[in-house]
Design a protein around this ligand. Structure first.
Ligand code: SF4
Length: 399
């Protein structure tokens, strides 16, 4: 069955009046809000907020200009209420992200209500049988919303190739679930969550997108584009094509097919602008892993790019935080299914990723598939004798 993805290209994604016009054009393509949103609905919009600082103009998070235009368009359907709700990434505070990125002003201007989902309740939802998760705790506000709009920002991502519709749903879960996702296998967990949690509508903020080392350390791309659709797989497939990424490289999309809700590209109808009109190749988050420190040896045993990227980004984050990598002691880092320490090695052993779980008894083992960059950075902090920023490692290990 055909599913539509609408594209609307503009010129200035920071100008509220222009974005209002673009949003109006987008809803004209997908069906006016009054037709697709039942009257008196409680509408919940889930942005992607990934920073406590004012970074929306850097393409790191769903911007307030986009959100104001989206809320105003939704209000044309006479909803009972519009709630903008997020449960932000591990280590961050949702309310600070709202305050720093213009969401409070936008909420006052529109009458929308901001909600930190961590203040609410979560409900245990069964996930596909035979999978990793078995069940997942999802925000009750989201699960029971009359109309749920997923409103991510478009970015490349070191662990998932890209982040748009599918991955943004991780922000509807608890802190512990987010840790479990990383521990068990991020992309598979995201695919299983998307098998059971289906937004009524997806509207992607690609006004200011991000390329390179996403989700945070990338470079903004003024794409001035909006995407909308009702099927997350279709939206992410079209997003990948726009970024010049083969959808076959996006693991969550292949896993959706394995689970049984994938779709073929020929089943996607692109309306509005064409992909060819808006295509803009994105730099991937996969620069080579080069560590120019004599005391550090890396045993890369056919690791996925996600593990290599996590290590590279972790080292970059430490440097950006003012930590001198030259102070790191002699170290052997092993990653990938075929990575191993030689019997004669000396110095500290740092095994990274679930593929290294034969070394899980070692004090510096970092779990995860891939391990989040912040967890690798925390392990390096610990090796340097510094305080961990994201809490004890044992909190990320869930047998
Ligand atoms: S832990 Fe293994 S499978 Fe997972 S990302 Fe790393 S190398 Fe790949």
């Amino acid at each position: 069955m055909l599913t539509s993805v609408a594209l609307v290209k503009g010129k200035n994604g920071k100008d509220l009046n222009e974005v209002r016009k673009m949003m109006g054009d987008l809803f004209a393509l997908i069906g006016p809000a009054s037709k697709i949103i039942p009257p008196n609905s409680r509408v919940l919009i889930k942005p992607n907020l990934t920073a406590e600082e004012n970074l929306w103009e850097k393409g790191i998070l769903t911007g307030p200009v986009f959100m104001q235009a989206l809320v105003e368009e939704v209000q044309k359907a006479n909803p009972a209420e519009v709630v903008i709700a997020e449960a932000i990434a591990i280590g961050l505070n949702t309310k600070k992200a709202f305050a720093a990125n213009g969401y409070e002003e936008m909420a006052r201007a529109t009458g929308a209500r901001l909600m930190d989902l961590y203040d609410g309740e979560f409900e245990e939802i069964k996930t596909p049988a035979g999978g990793l998760l078995k069940s997942v705790r999802v925000s009750r506000e989201v699960w029971h919303a009359d109309f749920f709009i997923n409103a991510p920002v478009l970015k490349t991502h070191f662990a998932s190739t890209l982040t748009a519709a599918m991955k943004n749903l991780k922000g509807t879960t608890t802190y512990n679930e987010k840790k479990r996702f990383h521990y068990l296998g991020l992309n598979k967990a995201v695919a299983e969550l998307n098998a059971v949690l289906k937004p009524h509508l997806i509207v992607v903020d690609a006004l200011i997108a991000l390329e390179g080392d996403g989700p945070i350390a990338g470079t903004p791309v003024g794409l001035n584009l909006l995407l909308a659709g009702r099927n997350a797989v279709a939206v992410d497939t079209v997003a990948a094509r726009i970024m010049d990424i083969d959808p076959a490289e996006v693991l969550s999309l292949s896993l959706a097919r394995e689970i049984g809700y994938g779709i073929e590209e020929k089943e996607i109808q692109v309306i509005g602008n064409s992909i060819a009109e808006v295509r803009r190749p994105f730099v991937r988050a996969c620069a080579p892993l080069q560590i120019n420190l004599d005391q550090i040896h890396v045993m890369d045993g056919e690791a996925c790019n996600a593990c290599r990227n996590g290590l590279r980004i972790a080292l970059g984050r430490l440097q950006a935080a003012g930590v001198s990598l030259a102070k790191l002691p002699g170290m052997n880092i092993s990653l990938g299914p075929k990575g191993s320490f030689s019997e004669s090695f000396s110095g500290i052993a740092l095994p990274i990723g679930n593929c290294q779980n034969q070394y899980k008894h070692l004090p510096n083992y970092v779990p995860g598939c891939p391990p989040p960059a912040f967890l690798v950075a925390d392990q390096l902090r610990e090796i340097l004798g510094e305080r961990r920023k994201f809490g004890p490692k044992k909190d990320f290990i869930m047998e």
